[in-house]
Design a binder for this molecule. Structure first.
Ligand code: GRF
Length: 207
């Protein structure tokens, strides 16, 4: 049984996709231990609560400095002791100590085809605004392992999504979530739960 902790910041649609996939048997052999948010008002916490999944809010705003938050966040994850940490729309930088402790055991969903439109400043709607500004015809999403860089870890899977003439950042974000994120993240979790993924020389190998 793969024991996971899901980290969220907002609406929790990616968390919901994971919950639905578990219900439908598209994710097997997986248990969500807890959901952690940096945002007390995150609807994602309500989604967890409605399923009886323990939710925790650990916000940088509640600590004197970032180091104190990093320690508290990392300590909580270590206390829960998951096999895998899933960043599902989580907008906080992962502490280096946590990346080191959970090497190749933290995954993230990013709403673009990495290495395009990623790194510092590229999150949420901003990604899609830049895609439209640049006149990109094909975008998508990427699920990847988290390393010490920003959106630079080994790529697990990607899905392409077309950009339509009439797209707004909001309509494009929705399509990328529906056609890519909500498919990629559950599939990656199921692949990891069933031992189909390994990281060799910093590249993902399927087995
Ligand atoms: C969305 O912008 C999504 O593209 C990205 O995180 C944001 C919120 O996702 N992955 P969620 O609805 O909280 O899962």
């Amino acid at each position: 049984m793969l024991r996971i902790v899901v980290c969220v910041s907002g609406g929790g649609t990616n968390l919901q996709a994971i919950l639905d996939a578990i219900d439908r048997g598209k994710i097997t052999n997986t248990e969500i231990l807890a959901v952690i948010s940096n945002n007390a008002g995150a609807r994602a916490l309500t989604r967890a609560e409605s399923r009886g999944i323990p939710g925790f809010c650990i916000s940088p705003k509640s600590f004197s400095d970032r180091e104190a938050f990093n320690r508290a966040f990392t300590d909580k994850i270590c206390e829960l002791n998951p096999d895998l940490v899933v960043l599902a729309g989580f907008l906080v930088r992962i502490p280096e100590a946590m990346v080191a402790r959970f090497s190749n055991r933290i995954i993230n969903i990013h709403p673009s085809l990495i290495p395009s439109f990623c790194g510092v400043g590229y999150y949420g709607l901003k990604v899609h605004e830049k895609v439209l500004e640049r006149g990109i015809r094909v975008t998508g999403a990427t699920v990847h392992f988290v390393n010490e860089g920003m959106d630079e870890g080994p790529i697990i899977a990607q899905r392409a999504v077309s950009v339509e003439e009439e797209d707004t950042p909001e309509s494009l974000q929705r399509r990328v979530m529906e056609q890519a994120e909500w498919i990629l993240l559950p599939e990656a979790i199921d692949d990891i739960a069933d031992g189909r993924i390994a990281v060799v020389n910093n590249k993902v190998r399927r087995q």
